[in-house]
Write a protein that binds this ligand. Structure first.
Ligand code: 3H9
Length: 717
């Protein structure tokens, strides 16, 4: 059995300590320990009451996620929580750290909740495709009201002790948690034999009866922020039951039914795959866990543009002082004022207080002098994609920055080894590919140069964690992971346009599949002129998929930046309007390239674009550029708007079945004759054994040199 609960008696109070490192989930051993501990306390006539707490940094981080989809052992969570709720002696939850999901639900069956100052609570089940299925949907609305409870459950947000106190989720905050909780039990047990139960507090749910507003607002919020997800609707139905059922147990029954529906829904498996995938991605398979990590006390950023500013905000938000260098005083002034405005925007939206803004923005300094980053522990270059310029910057940094500092490039596709080669410390050089806007997007591709040391890699991965990024390692190979996959995806979107589809049809089909933004909206956002200008400069002919985009650029249609691209945009708006004037261009380019336009189904659009991702992904795994299939899923969800509830492209392939994937690849290979659909070796092998991505062992020689073209794949789009 996994985990345990320690039992000891102090000053007439039983202390139950959940011990299941590192975060104390409610595994079978913990559930059994809770049942045994409460029984023991009830049977001991010298015990006045119970203090329930957690060992280490967590109170209880919820149900054991690894148990979902398996047959549970030992007592059920329901049984353990009933034991706590109906204990004949008062029980106080002494919340020492995170009380999340089933952890908060455990605290809610206790008579009282006292928290340490660093504690935080939340019901984040929605992020796993689940709902709080141990009474959370019925009890939290009774404590904080249905509207606040819905907000917590639909966002999955963490609520810190102070706020939890003001909302009424906890009763007190204490510095000396166990000592004060013991005193608390001694006091309440001497004052009364009746102790409150959250299930009996009906006032707030009854108050909400008869008005639809709360539920309608919740539905609108879920539709906006959790498009395509199954669990949010189930959560709302549970709260509806909490509001309308006269008997608490009827609401619990409904919660149980809706929970099971979530549990068996494929979205649950997909989202839990990403939960574990993100944690696995942060580990580098051939670097020992105990590899020392450098302490990063100060960071430097070269370049105060959108990327540089966004990256600086990530460090400041994590409490790490950061210094920005730019070569141009006006640029620097503009860059700093953008950062300040971003923070002001957060203050105006109630996301931070004025004092918080002052202290965080106070961590960002700037100047024109490279000497000012000489004492930094890591310096990240974030200038535009030009190898000569980047090499020049790295030569300077190598001279001025202290010898043991890490130097990183935010390149989206240039050769990190070439950049490292101009320094005398190639072992301290890596790529850190942030995604724009860097202060918001969670993905961080960490590019491992052929000489990047284990310590450098381990340090950068730990920096990623501090910055709250989903960090994924890529070998230094063209396009790394994300842009290499994107290349085939956008190429297919463009080919579909040449073959007869229109941009809004392609976008709508892929957005209905769940992509947060269709490829043509994305291309308009990025700017169609990037690749076009690069090709003009180098005198290269566009490849077939780039022909329409280049033709649009010839007609001054660069995308959102000048109000017209694949779509038209009204002044100051990002909403795409169809551009019928482009249709003749599409027809002309198709005809000029001997392509007969035809009716194209939404199914073909989705199949071709998503298969392009999967097939390229399979090569990336087999070559060892990405460590594991789940890493690619983490990349696509956090950097490219792939729907989390489908678990990423590689998980989607697993869910589809490898034989079906292979059949479809063959079908589209036959239809298009494009190499994009020539089935990857790995897919053919897996289809033979009915295998899945993730079954294949990680490639042995992970530092194998890969031929690297100097061109940025992103620039070729
Ligand atoms: C639930 O409760 C359902 C109920 O309502 C109803 C049931 C009927 N289980 O994140 P970290 C592992 S659903 C199993 O790196 P941090 C994690 O995989 C649950 N394992 O630490 C990792 O393993 P490894 C609702 C778990 O300090 C290690 O612990 N609860 C669980 O950055 C460290 O994790 C949640 O959704 C778990 N519940 O963050 C909370 N949690 O070392 C999920 C973690 O092998 N957890 N692990 O890679 C979290 O949000 C974060 O882990 C936490 C700590 C904030 C607690």
């Amino acid at each position: 059995m996994k985990g345990t609960v320690h039992y000891e008696v102090k000053e007439g109070v039983a202390i139950l300590t959940v011990d299941n490192p590192p975060v104390n989930p409610l595994s079978d051993g913990v559930r059994a320990g809770l049942v045994d501990g409460i029984t023991q306390a009830e049977n001991d006539s010298n015990v006045l009451g119970v203090v329930l707490t957690g060992a280490g940094r967590s109170f209880i981080a919820g149900a054991d996620i690894s148990e979902f989809g398996k047959t549970p052992e030992g007592p059920s969570l329901d049984e353990a929580l009933r034991k706590l709720e109906f204990c004949s002696k008062p029980v106080v939850a002494a919340i020492n750290g995170s009380a999340l999901g089933g952890g908060l639900e455990t605290a809610l069956v206790c008579n009282y909740r006292i928290a340490g100052p660093a504690a935080f609570v939340g019901l984040p089940e929605v992020n796993l495709g689940l709902l709080p299925g141990a009474g959370g949907t019925q009890r939290l609305p009774r404590l904080v009201g249905p509207a606040e409870a819905l907000k917590m459950m639909l966002t999955g947000m963490h609520v810190h002790a102070k706020k939890a106190l003001s909302m009424g989720i906890i009763d007190e905050i204490c510095e000396d948690l166990i000592k004060d909780s013991i005193k608390f039990i001694q006091k309440v047990s001497s004052e009364s034999e009746n102790h409150p139960k959250v299930r009996d507090l009906n006032e707030k749910v009854i108050e909400a009866r008869g008005s639809d507003n709360i539920l309608l607002e919740a539905k609108a919020m879920a539709a906006k922020t959790r498009k395509g997800q199954f669990a949010p609707g189930q959560i709302i139905k549970c709260v509806e039951a909490a509001i309308n059922c006269d008997d608490f147990n009827d609401g619990m029954k409904k919660e149980g039914e809706y929970f099971i529906e979530c549990l068996v829904n494929p979205q649950r498996e997909a989202m839990i795959h990403i939960f574990f995938g993100e944690r696995a991605a942060s580990k580098i398979s051939d670097i020992p866990r105990e590899t020392p990590v450098k302490d990063i006390k100060k960071a430097g950023i070269i370049g105060s543009g959108t990327m540089g500013g966004g990256i600086a905000m990530c460090f400041a938000n994590a409490g790490i002082p950061v210094h920005i260098i730019d070569q141009d005083a006006d640029n620097l002034k503009r860059g700093m004022s953008v950062i300040e405005k971003n923070y002001e925007f957060m203050v105006n939206r109630g996301k931070m207080t004025e004092e918080m803004k002052d202290s965080v923005f106070g961590l960002v300094t700037s100047s024109l002098d490279y000497q000012d980053v000489s004492d930094c522990d890591i310096v990240i270059e974030a200038v535009y994609e030009n190898l000569d310029l980047k090499e020049k910057i790295f030569r300077t940094l190598d001279e001025v920055v202290k010898k043991d500092a890490i130097l990183a490039s935010n390149t989206s596709g240039l050769n990190v080894d070439s950049i490292a080669a101009v320094t005398n410390r190639p072992e301290l050089v890596v790529g850190t590919h942030f995604f724009s806007p860097a202060n918001i997007m969670r993905l961080l591709e960490v590019v491992r140069g052929s000489q990047s040391s284990d310590e450098t890699m381990a340090t950068v991965m730990s920096v990623g964690k501090k910055l709250k990024k989903a960090s994924v390692v890529s070998l230094n190979a063209p396009g790394f992971i994300g842009n290499r996959m994107l290349f085939g995806y956008t190429a297919q979107a463009n080919m579909l346009l040449l073959e007869g589809a229109l941009p809004h049809q392609v976008d709508q089909a892929l957005e209905s599949f769940g992509m947060s933004m269709g490829p043509f909206r994305m291309l308009d956002l990025v700017g169609l002129d990037l690749g076009w200008r690069a090709r003009k400069l180098s005198g290269t002919e566009p490849a077939l998929p780039s022909k329409i985009g280049d033709q649009l650029c010839e007609l001054d249609r660069f995308g959102q930046k000048n109000g017209k691209g694949f779509y038209n945009y009204n002044e100051g708006s990002r909403a795409p309007n169809p551009a019928p004037e482009n249709e003749d261009i599409y027809k002309t380019v198709s005809a000029a390239n001997g392509i007969e336009r035809r009716e194209i189904s939404d199914e073909e659009i989705v199949d071709r674009c998503i298969l392009a991702l999967i097939n390229e992904g399979a090569d990336i795994i087999e070559e060892g550029v990405g460590q594991r299939a789940a890493d690619l899923d983490v990349v696509y969800i956090n950097g490219y708007g792939f729907p989390i509830w489908r678990g990423g492209p590689m998980h989607h392939a697993n869910a589809t079945g490898m034989t079906e994937v292979l059949n479809k690849l063959n079908k589209y290979h036959e239809l298009t004759k494009s190499d994009t659909f020539k089935p990857a070796n790995l897919i053919q092998k897996l289809a033979e054994t009915d295998g899945k991505f993730g079954d294949a062992p990680a490639k042995e020689d992970r530092k194998e040199k890969l031929s690297f073209s100097e061109s940025s794949v992103a620039g070729n789009l």
